[in-house]
Design a protein around this ligand. Structure first.
Ligand code: DX5
Ligand code: ZN
Length: 228
């Protein structure tokens, strides 16, 4: 089982997040443990409220259960919700190590405030942007964050096709922000896209289908290819 990590902990190798949305939910604990043993660094937990995205996923009690089942796992919680101010403390209480919330739900000033609040609660924090959301208006607040999450599909579902145009935003953000922030790509991420993602400056690769749609013996190889 991996040691607890921080997004800031050296060495700054690319990290691989296994997104549980495409796991077999009837065997969630075994699936989660299995991908960590297969080399994944983080468990990426999608939270969907049926408003920000037209789907529902992973309530806080699932997070509590995973934290209890795998105490050392790094739980990367992706809040696709219209009310992050309400849900950030809920998921911190449920055992998250990291919470990302969406720029589309807040003003830059509110984003800065929520990031400070999350840090005050003892977790790392990310700002997520949808494929059509420009990164430029948010560059000025990203000093308050540990991570920028660039969605590479329209959020809400696993198994969608990677939108390559978002890599331009990744390059812009990396050029301007430098190495001090993690940039996570989420959606349609698989071995075929990994090199382009890493070249653009992405250093957290979250994948659901590319990992969980494969039989268990193939998963260590997929995770290695994602990391590069
Ligand atoms: C999409 C979620 C992603 C999703 C990725 O809204 O945020 O984390 O699980 O699924 P794949 O990797 O199958 O595109
Ligand atoms: Zn996600």
């Amino acid at each position: 089982m991996p040691q607890p990590i921080s997004l800031k902990s050296p060495p700054r190798l690319p990290l691989v997040g296994a997104s549980l949305l495409a796991a077999d939910w009837a065997r969630l604990g075994d699936e989660a443990r299995g991908v960590l043993e297969a080399g994944a660094d983080l468990l990426h937990i999608d939270v969907m409220d049926g408003h920000f995205v037209p789907n529902l996923a992973f309530g806080p009690d699932v997070c509590v259960a995973l934290r209890r089942a795998i105490p050392d796992a790094y739980l990367d919680v992706h809040l696709m919700v219209t009310d992050p101010a309400h849900f950030i403390p809920v998921y911190v209480e449920a055992g998250a190590d990291h919470v990302s919330f969406h720029a589309e739900t807040v003003s830059p000033e509110q984003a800065r405030g929520l990031a400070a609040e999350a840090h005050g609660l003892g977790v790392e924090v990310g700002l997520a942007i949808n494929p059509e959301t420009p990164v430029e208006p948010w560059l000025g607040v990203l000093d308050a964050f540990d991570l920028l999450l660039v969605m590479s599909v329209h959020p809400g579902y696993a198994g969608r096709k990677f939108i390559p145009e978002v890599l331009k935003k990744v390059r812009t953000a990396r050029d301007i922000l430098g190495p001090g922030i993690r940039i996570e790509l989420d959606g349609g991420v698989g071995p075929a896209k990994a090199e382009a993602i890493r070249d653009a400056g992405g250093d957290v690769l979250a994948a659901a289908s590319a990992i969980f749609a494969r039989p268990e013996p193939d998963r260590p190889g997929v995770i290695r290819e994602l990391r590069g």
